[in-house]
Structures are given as C-alpha cells and as structure tokens.
Design a protein around this ligand. Sequence first.
Ligand SMILES: *Cc1c(COP(=O)(O)O)cnc(C)c1O
Length: 383
Amino acid sequence: MKATHNNDTLVLHTGNEIDGQFGALSIPIYQVSTFLQDSQGNTKGYEYSRAGNPTRDALEKAFAVLEHGKRASAFGSGLAAISAVFMLWNTGDHLVVSNVVYGGTYRLLTKILNRMGISATFVDTTDLAAVNAAITPSTKAVFVETPTNPLMQVADLQAISTLCKQKRLTMIVDNTFMSPYWQNPLLLGADIVVHSGTKYLGGHSDVVAGLVVSATEELGEEVHFMQKAMGGILGPQDSWLLMRGFKTLSVRMEKHEQNARALAEWLCTVPQIKKVYYPGLKSHPQHETAKKQARGFGGMISFELANAAMADHVLSRLRVITLAISLGGVESLICCPAKTTHASIPKETLGALGISDRLVRLSVGIENVEDLKEDILQALKQK
Ligand SMILES: *Cc1c(COP(=O)(O)O)cnc(C)c1O
C-alpha cells in the first residue's frame, strides 16, 4: 500500500489544531457536563457531555481523518472501545477472532460476551484458509489484530477483507501496534478500526483511552449510539491529552521504528537471545505481507531467552528499560506477556501458541539505541 497522504503533515493539520473562538493553537479543554439552552431544546450544538463534548469532538474528527474513516468515537479505554463494537451484535451471532489477541479482548469474549450468547472462534488469522474454515452461517464479523501481541504475526488484511466482502462479514482490525502513522486498515478494506489510545497515540504513558473509526457513516452512527447509550466516553481532559500526544506521532513513530530495527538486528547476534520476533526482519515469516500493507514495521519486538529463570533475571536487572506492562510510550518498557498481559489466557492455550515464560516483549522507546543495547548486555550477565 502506498501512503496516500503525507501522514506527518496530516497528524498536525487535521482540523483539531485551531480553536474557532479565539484562534488558540490548541482546542480548549471543555471541562463541563452540561450546556446552556437558550430555550427548551435550543442548544448551541451541545447539550450534555456524554452525548457530545467539543474537546472530544475535535479529537474524534481529527482521528477519523488520520485513519481515513468517516467517523470516530473516543472511549475511556481501548477495551471500552472494543466492547462498544462487540455490542453491535446479538445473541446467536458468531465472531471469528485472531488466536493471539490482546488478553483483555480474549477475556471480554470468553467471560462476558459468551454469557450473552455471542460466540467466538479463535483462529490463526495469518492463515486465510483457517479464517475461511471458521466461518459459519451465524458468523457476523472477523476481528483481526495485526501484528499480533506478542508474537508479531502479520495477517494479510487485504486478503481477509476480500473474504469478508464475499461472505458479507464486518471486518474489524485492532490497529494499536502499528498506529495510523504506519498502517490504515480502512484503506485495505476493513470496516472498523479499533485502537487503544493508551499506547502510541497518547505516547507518553499518561492517559488511558480508546478509539473506534468506521469506514461508513452508518457504522459510525451505530458505534456513536453505543458510546452514548452505554456511556464509556473519554473525558475532555484525556481527549485533549490524546490530541496533544498524537501531534508528535510521526516523529515518535519514526524514532521507535529506527531503534526497533537496529535493536532487532542486533538481538539476533546476541548468543543468549534464542529467537527474535520483529516483522521488519527479513527472516520474519510474513515480512513481505508487512511490507505490502504497512509503511513501516513499528516499535514492538519480542524475544526468547534460554529459560524462564533467565527471563526473570534479565527483567529484574534492566536499568534503562522499565519493567512494566503497556507499550507505545516514549520510554522503553519490557514485560513477560505470559505472566502479565496474557495471564487471562489459559496456560495450555498460551503454550500451544508459543507464548512461554521465556518470551519477553519489548516496547522500544526513543532513547539512544546504544544505551538500550548496553542495558540489555549488562542485564544478561549472570552476576
Ligand atoms: C492495550 C491494548 C488494548 C486494550 O486497551 P486499554 O486502553 O488498555 O483498554 C487492546 N488491544 C491492544 C492491541 C492493546 O495493546
């Protein structure tokens, strides 16, 4: 896929940058719950902040442009966003979902949506035949996360979208790992994109947020209705923080990726590192798919150590890289997914997928890459 716009300009000039009233170069934080009505029902465009707030609106308009969609809705977390999307379906409906999906998405599907009679089949979405085989007469949607967390498998979005169109299924993509700077699933045929804004979009590990962008007005309207009816909105302060964050998305993403590429190649040469997962490596099984559908490979790397004890040892000795869950912030973060982010997935399932206690996931920050290498080397020392 070619970049259809200059994304670095787009993130700065999306309509969210100038306040209409005074020309302030940042939309004010409308920290307000309700709005004056000149007469009953006669508003100046807003009546109650759950239904609509000018700061959140600015964020939603800007983000719809960034993801090349028709309409965006902002939520209090990525999972609130994903929940609102799943609420589009009914008892008896079935979803096909990537088998290596964010732990919280898996928990939502297997602990809550199942109780409501919405079922899910988890399949390897890098295998088109497997996706096809999982589709039943009650299937309504395919939910794809790519690259997957934490194994960095890349699903072919265009191929899945062709299949979804044939079968009249809604295609949803969790684009958190790539961000709209590198990848735009709606341009590849997806119907809905979801994001945890907590990660690269916020970018500074200081806000929890979620976003949904739809390819059509109709779908956008349905999601917007869910946002208002279920109430999982993003507050004005956090909406502002998120906009402030994504104004620098381009410079951050370029540096995250530059560091991640250098680090991934270097990790392959370190004897104590057994396996490196990064879509930017030529040896990555879906490297060509990644190249075809995205403009970059992102800043997430996973790697395996010899055993779980070694992984624990390294995680506890790092000094620059911070041991914490989450990702996408300017500072490098590391964790063991099997014990943290993916702990809600049964151990046997994790084992079968290849997510073991010796696998660590690194969100590569924007530090000097030589400092990151040195930090890993000192942590690998036994004493
Ligand atoms: C973090 C994350 C989520 C959940 O987002 P929250 O903001 O934590 O609710 C969903 N999908 C992916 C890929 C994530 O990394």
